[in-house]
Design a protein around this ligand. Structure first.
Ligand SMILES: Cc1cc2nc3c(=O)[nH]c(=O)nc-3n(C[C@H](O)[C@H](O)[C@H](O)COP(=O)(O)OP(=O)(O)OC[C@H]3O[C@@H](n4cnc5c(N)ncnc54)[C@H](O)[C@@H]3O)c2cc1C
Length: 420
């Protein structure tokens, strides 16, 4: 994030001042959380609210990973439909993941977190007539569960999104947007106020899974913990090599345009909903709090070198919003998303006194917020987790993932283009 070319819009507009704590040498804590993204910070916040002494260790800065770089779309649910989730995990889990966005907005409101949150709805849009049935079923299934979900035809999509590009979609009123870096930093401030110690520039390099757990930082500082929660998602490193190999760390690229004029704002996302499309390799877009169009999508596995590497996103702007053709993109950035083989997040029990949650498949803002509370309750009160604890299953030949995952992405793009 230090490279100016890839400086995110969030870095430029971040206004939350967060002061990290300092770590006493040879200190100990009931729970140590590793990773300062939304999952780690939400877990630390909820644990400390429950009166548990908690220390969070982050290798870089709060929000360095996906949590400070994402599209800020607060999306309820998982990628699977509610009926499928009921069968997989039971109705309670479907309810919990469905309510994750409401939970996030309520937390923001109750803690008065300064993160430009707006619950104006999330639209899943499609340019594929073949997907319309699937969206109708999704709308119906959520409606049956009391959600005011709306199925949208092409003309309604055009009214709400300001584009003729999509043949349909559905709107989930629980969704919305926020400024992700302000969100994760302001939640970190709230965690500190509840008593958590939050240490940045603190890379955990060694972890002896003894009782208590013994952790060592890159600068040699050591600390003990009765319980450890590993929250590093797509940034998981050699600290837990099998976990690192259990996900594909794919790149998501994003751009933001120059600020739209008042006239452009009347015909580009006039209802201010956030949106993602249904293609296998689709895009997501929204307006930023300072009225830019932001659009993101899957990028290459190699690090981008120039803004030309974002040309697909520039083209998507012209396709979806031809009224903005030729507009300048002022910000280009990217981050890693953790993809799993079954497109589901995975909770792993690493030992009797440690846990990890990983694999948010590009949809973690609401879910990690909600899961943070669930993990805290499980650790402190031994409540049931919303998802089953599963064994870690590393991908075979994980080192070759840039090659085989790139081939898979090309294949999915072809499949997308063949679909009407
Ligand atoms: C470009 C982009 C756009 C996205 N858009 C959306 C969106 O619009 N909506 C949505 O819901 N989701 C989106 N996502 C996904 C979402 O950002 C993630 O699911 C979510 O942020 C994951 O949070 P996390 O706390 O699990 O992990 P992260 O935020 O990635 O945090 C992990 C942290 O662990 C730290 N770490 C790693 N190793 C160590 C170590 N050894 N010691 C200490 N710390 C360590 C890292 O430095 C990092 O800060 C997007 C992701 C990206 C990259």
């Amino acid at each position: 994030m230090s490279n100016k070319l890839y400086h995110s819009l969030w870095d430029d507009t971040n206004k939350v001042v967060f002061e990290p704590d300092s770590l006493e040498p040879s200190s100990s804590s009931s729970v140590v959380v590793i990773g300062g993204g939304i999952l780690g910070v939400s877990t630390a916040y909820h644990l400390s609210r429950m009166g548990i002494s908690t220390t969070l260790l982050e290798k870089h800065e709060i929000g360095f990973g996906g949590s400070g770089r994402n599209g800020g779309q607060v999306i309820p649910g998982l990628k699977y439909d509610p009926n499928v989730l009921d069968t997989m995990y039971g109705e309670e889990t479907t309810k919990l993941v469905g309510e994750a966005a409401d939970f996030t907005f309520q937390l923001i409101q109750s803690l008065k977190l300064d993160c430009q949150a707006e619950q104006k709805g999330w639209v899943q849009s499609t340019c594929k007539t073949k997907h319309l049935d699937m969206l109708a079923k999704r709308t119906e299934q959520w409606s049956k569960r009391g959600v005011k979900a709306e199925l949208l035809d092409a003309s309604e999509m055009s009214k709400r999104l300001g584009t003729e590009y999509f043949c349909g979609g559905w709107q989930d009123p629980r969704g919305g947007t926020l400024h992700p870096l302000n969100y994760v930093k302001s939640l970190a401030c709230a965690a500190q106020q509840s008593g958590a110690k939050i240490i940045t520039q603190a890379e955990v390099v060694k972890w002896h899974k003894t009782s208590p757990n013994r952790l060592e930082l890159a600068d040699g500082t050591r600390l003990n913990a009765d319980y450890v929660v590993l929250c590093c998602n797509a940034y998981t490193d050699e600290l837990q090599p099998d976990l690192k190999r259990s996900i594909i760390p794919a790149h998501s690229f994003q751009v933001a345009t120059s600020q739209l004029t008042q006239e452009q704002l009347t015909n580009v996302l006039p209802t201010k909903v956030a949106s993602s499309d249904t293609r296998r390799i689709g895009n997501y877009f929204r307006l930023s709090p300072d009225n830019r169009l932001m659009i993101g999508g899957r990028g290459s596995f190699r690090e981008p070198n120039t803004t030309a590497d974002f040309s697909e996103l520039h083209n998507e702007i012209s396709k979806i919003f031809p009224q903005l053709d030729g507009i300048t993109c002022t910000h280009h950035w990217y981050g890693r998303v953790a993809m799993t083989a079954d497109h589901l997040p995975h909770i792993h029990k690493l030992t009797d006194t440690s846990l990890s949650a990983i694999g948010f498949n590009g949809r973690g803002v609401a879910l990690t917020t909600r899961l943070g509370e669930a993990l805290a309750q499980y650790i402190s009160k031994n409540t049931t987790l919303p998802m089953s604890i599963v064994p870690i299953k590393p991908f075979i030949l994980h080192k070759l993932h840039p090659a085989y995952a790139s081939i898979a992405i090309k294949y999915y793009r072809i499949m997308d283009s063949l679909e009407s």
